[in-house]
Write a protein of this length. Structure first.
Length: 258
């Protein structure tokens, strides 16, 4: 397996607390990785390291063979890594399609003067960006809401909008932080179908999620964390049978895994 994303020996410390301690794993194109563990196990901290919000004390992250160490979040997004967040971060004053266009900003080439004078290059780029935004909304099932306000969307639909906005930056790797939070089972099923379509198109996805039914039915591999350390890695079946994971996260009987 050729690694698209290679994470090696990540260590992150806050004061006297070690949030991540030597975490390593890799991810190939077209692969979905589940990141699981109890609250406080280091999952969101790891996503913050990958996306450049936190700088680790030790370890390396390589995307398509290039080191991401020392890069700012916007530079990492431009390199091909995008994410959603636990808490929705949409722009209520913008339309649905305008929210997606915000995610495209890092790929636009026209400069300030071109936009002020609405040059032909700027108009072509703007039209192409809008068409892509509309295509992404259709991909996630929101094609009907192109011109609608964000307030018209349900909570679950806003989650899908966040994913469309992240996809607008043309990422190689997509990080999803608890995308099922607040979703009904029907909405979670719809989300799983969207993520599966992204996988078929070659996108690599990392998902943090407490909904184990969702995770077990979706991902190719799982990395389990506890107290900042990796305690298991493997297929869903292997993780379901891993005693350390069962004890730390799924409950002593393991019933939660099913």
């Amino acid at each position: 397996m050729t690694a698209l994303l290679a994470v090696s020996g990540i260590r992150k410390v806050f004061g006297g607390l070690t949030a991540l301690d030597g975490v390593s794993f890799s991810l190939a194109a077209g692969q979905i990785l589940g990141l699981v563990g109890p609250n406080g196990s280091g999952k969101s901290t790891l996503l913050n390291v990958l996306s450049g919000i936190y700088t680790p004390e030790a370890g390396e992250v390589h995307l398509a063979g290039q080191s991401l160490r020392g890069r700012a979040p916007h530079q990492i997004a431009t390199a091909g890594l995008a994410r959603s967040f636990q808490n929705q971060q949409l722009f209520a004053g913008l339309s649905v399609v305008e929210n997606v266009l915000v995610g495209r900003a890092c790929r636009l080439r026209a400069g300030v003067l071109a936009s002020i004078f609405a040059t032909p290059r700027f108009r072509r780029e703007e039209a192409a960006a809008r068409q892509q935004a509309e295509d992404l909304l259709a991909l996630v099932g929101l094609g009907w809401a192109v011109g609608a306000s964000v307030q018209r969307l349900s909570y679950g639909q806003r989650r899908l909008l966040e994913i469309a906005r992240a996809l607008a930056s043309d990422p190689k790797v997509l990080l999803l932080d608890e995308p099922c939070a607040g979703l009904s089972q029907s909405e979670a099923n719809d989300l799983a179908h969207v993520i599966t379509r992204l996988k078929v198109n070659g996108l690599a996805v990392i998902v943090i999620e407490h909904n184990m039914r969702f995770v077990m039915g979706l991902v190719d591999r799982i990395v389990a964390l506890n107290f900042g350390q990796k305690i298991g890695e493997g297929t869903p079946a292997e993780i379901r049978a891993n005693p350390a994971v069962v004890a730390a996260y799924l409950g002593g009987s393991g019933h939660a895994a099913h």
